[in-house]
Design a protein around this ligand. Structure first.
Ligand SMILES: [Zn+2]
Length: 138
């Protein structure tokens, strides 16, 4: 069962494995948020010290592939590294323009996750979303 503790340990794992040059801090918190259609994750600065990563509650579902969870967590961590939603120096003017997130993930060995997740999302997300919301309201 994926819960907030699971998210924390996946974040730590991804951080150690793919972002070892980035000092780890407890000031990045991560948790599941509401289920929604439009975004899978987000990061914001809560206050002077704390960055908050929120992950769409639908990623808890057991038929959601783990690689999608990994890619979404890594995507948000990449924003953190680039200085968006974090106190680190901002490296780019915009968070996504020029494919900077994908390029960073590829450079760090997460290209396969990035593309597999993108593929799964493009193919399945809307249907997955519709099914889960239908089950919930049944
Ligand atoms: Zn993003």
């Amino acid at each position: 069962m994926r819960d907030n503790q699971w998210l924390r340990s996946r974040l730590d794992q991804i951080w150690s494995e793919y972002y070892p040059d980035v000092p780890k801090t407890e000031n990045v918190i991560i948790h599941f948020s509401k289920r929604c259609r439009s975004r899978l994750g987000s990061i914001r600065l809560v206050d002077e010290r704390v960055s908050e990563i929120r992950i769409n509650g639908l990623l808890k579902e057991k038929d959601m592939p783990d690689i999608v969870c990994e890619a979404v967590i890594a995507h948000e961590l990449t924003h953190y590294v680039h200085g968006f939603g974090s106190r680190r120096p901002q490296l780019y003017k915009y968070p996504h323009r020029g494919g900077v997130v994908a390029r960073e993930m590829i450079r760090r060995g997460l290209g396969e996750s990035h593309y597999a997740a993108k593929d799964w999302i493009n193919t399945n997300w809307l249907e997955f979303y519709g099914e889960k919301m239908k089950q919930r309201n049944a």
